[in-house]
Design a protein around this ligand. Structure first.
Ligand code: FE2
Ligand code: FE2
Length: 140
């Protein structure tokens, strides 16, 4: 299990997007994913709820950035956020019904989904926000 945690931390540098407000959120997401992957059956639900609480705020923050700055691909990005949250909540229901294996599969798959999401949608948003910030600084 220590390997999973080390792996996640090793991945963090690769996943950073040079936009600190988003990178800070993403570090927290990875830490919570690693904690979930190490959870036994007793600790699982509490850690999943911590991850859900974080993810709601994480996605709301990105959705808000997209809305405020009129980001062109906002609809697609927002839909993916909603779809992932739906999956996580479905898994929560399954684990409540006693299916711990589907919970562990989620813990294994979430970092893979996240890596892809960061490389595509979040990277595009971070670049847009960096340029928006730079434009605002130039105009000031
Ligand atoms: Fe994100
Ligand atoms: Fe995102």
């Amino acid at each position: 299990m220590a390997g999973i945690l080390e792996n996640n931390f090793a991945q963090q540098e690769h996943l950073m997007l040079d936009f600190e407000p988003m990178d800070a959120i993403h570090r927290e997401f990875l830490t919570l994913c690693a904690a979930l992957a190490q959870a036994d059956q007793n600790a699982y639900l509490e850690r999943l709820d911590a991850l859900i609480a974080h993810t709601v705020l994480h996605f709301e923050q990105e959705n808000q950035w997209m809305q405020v700055h009129d980001f062109p691909s906002a609809g697609c990005h927002r839909r993916e956020h909603n779809a992932v949250l739906d999956v996580i909540r479905d898994v929560r229901t399954c684990t409540l019904q006693g299916d711990f294996e589907v919970g562990m599969r989620l813990a294994q798959e979430l970092p893979n989904w996240f890596s892809h999401h960061v490389d595509t949608m979040d990277a595009a948003l971070a670049k847009f926000l960096r340029e928006t910030d730079a434009a605002a600084a130039t105009a000031a």
